[in-house]
Write a protein that binds this ligand. Structure first.
Ligand SMILES: *Cc1c(COP(=O)(O)O)cnc(C)c1O
Length: 439
């Protein structure tokens, strides 16, 4: 549980009495410590693990009750026979010490009340959806979404009678109002956003979505929660909970994991929403394993360093690419040309990230010659790792997207997707320079 202000209130669904406890103060005097400081110790007490500086990896499927009464007390909490919920760890499908430390630390970045770890970004998204929707409900979402998320909503949840309506990522308040009002004639279970959209880089106006939701559902007993996939810019460059989102979703595989060596997901939000999602995760077992959680703890220690460096590198590389004669245009949040998008950027983002689109002059053949000539950048999908990656969406990740839809999304044959890593910026520029010369 993210307990960033040293509150001592009871946790309703079970932070373990027996799990390693917090060892780092969250404040020194009036000074609230920053996430990059808290990543080294928060949520772990070495005294509970033989003085080990780093948390051990707890490989166990189950946890021992100190006595029968404690076992009964636990299950009274789980079943609601006793208020206050479960406490203590009991079985590893529900949680474990490494995952709990990870969840404590994940929540810190966005000052979320609580957080959950998952075995993949898609496991996080699927568990969120399953915990919120029932047949006949509507999911209203921004478009485009990550391809697997679109598949999950339309082709899988659609089979169970869930409906969906979408608005374009860059929609205005009026356009959002129109779609939400139409959806509100039925039961809207969830508003689901992704910003920036991939590969268009269009930003969603989260504040406008929140204002629209609050106005349209002003007289409803319940308002559909607003969830957002913050994988591309979070947690360093965008913190949507501050702009009206209530649930934040991550593929931790990307910047948070950051070394292209694991697959994991996360969800952050209020205790109330997180508890709803936790019940579903407990039931279906989409939690990440202890080893992955431990690797993520290591990743989070350098999150700010890595993301800052990648962002700085991207600024330099994009400045170079922009003026290159073989480059047609760029889709990079540092070079927004639309005034409305710039306004959203100024309100919502503190950095342009390190993932962008490069449109070379020519078509697929030119794009392929460029990709095949790269010496440092590796040809691979994914993003947010320490190493620079490049891919061709039209021929790879979006190959199965119908031509008309590709056109609408601006996925052209000369578009190359690049995720900049933490290498030396001038080395990367030299690599892109020689690869452009090969076109
Ligand atoms: C990669 C990604 C996902 C899916 O995450 P996995 O960890 O691969 O399951 C979801 N959303 C976005 C924006 C992503 O980039």
């Amino acid at each position: 549980m993210a307990d960033i202000d040293n509150e001592t209130e009871a946790d309703v669904t079970g932070v373990a009495a027996t799990a390693p406890k917090d060892d780092t103060p969250k404040r020194i005097g009036d000074r609230k410590l920053k996430p990059s400081t808290l990543m080294m110790g928060h949520g772990f007490d070495p005294a509970l693990s033989e003085g080990s500086l780093k948390p051990p990896i707890f490989l166990t499927s189950t946890f021992v009750f100190p006595n029968a009464a404690a076992g009964k007390r636990h299950f009274e909490g789980v079943t609601g026979k006793r208020p206050g919920g479960a406490d203590g760890l009991v079985y590893s499908r529900f949680n474990g010490p490494n995952q709990e430390i990870l969840e404590d630390r994940l929540g810190i970045w966005e000052e979320a009340e609580d957080a959950l770890a998952f075995s993949s970004g898609m496991a996080a998204i699927a568990t969120l959806f399953l915990s919120m929707v029932k047949p006949g409900d509507t999911i209203v979402h921004s478009g485009p979404l990550y391809a697997a998320t679109e598949t999950l909503i339309a082709r899988i949840l659609g089979r169970f009678g869930v409906h969906w309506l979408d608005f374009p990522a860059g929609a205005t308040r009026e356009e959002i109002d129109a779609v939400l009002s139409k959806a509100a004639t039925g039961n809207v279970a969830l508003i689901y956003l992704e910003s920036p959209a991939n590969p268009t880089n269009a930003l969603v106006d989260v504040q406008a979505v929140r204002a629209s939701r609050d106005a349209i559902f002003a007289n409803s007993p319940t308002k559909p929660p607003i969830a957002i996939d913050n994988t591309f810019l979070g947690p360093l460059w965008s913190q949507p909970l501050k702009h009206g989102a209530e649930i934040v979703v991550y593929s931790l595989t990307k910047y948070a994991g950051g070394h292209s060596d694991l697959v994991a997901g996360g969800v952050l939000g209020s205790k109330e929403h997180i508890n709803t999602i936790r019940s579903m995760r407990n039931t279906i077992g989409t939690i990440c394993d202890p080893n992955t959680a431990w690797m993520l703890l290591r990743s989070l220690e350098t999150l700010e360093l890595r993301m800052s460096r990648a962002g700085e590198n991207a600024v330099k590389v994009c400045e170079f690419l922009r003026q290159h004669p073989k480059v047609d245009s760029m889709g990079y949040l540092g070079f927004i040309t639309d005034a409305r998008q710039q306004d959203i950027y100024d309100r919502h983002c503190t950095g342009a990230g390190s993932t962008f689109s490069l449109l070379v002059k020519g078509g697929e053949a030119e794009a392929f010659r460029f990709l095949d000539a790269l010496k440092i950048a590796k040809l691979a999908v994914s993003l947010g790792g320490t190493e620079t990656l490049a891919s061709h969406p039209a021929a790879m990740t979006h190959l199965s997207v119908p031509e008309a839809r590709k056109k609408a999304l601006g996925i052209t044959d000369n578009l190359v997707r690049i995720s900049i890593g933490v290498e030396d910026a001038d080395d990367l520029i030299a690599d892109f320079d020689q690869a452009l010369a090969a076109i």
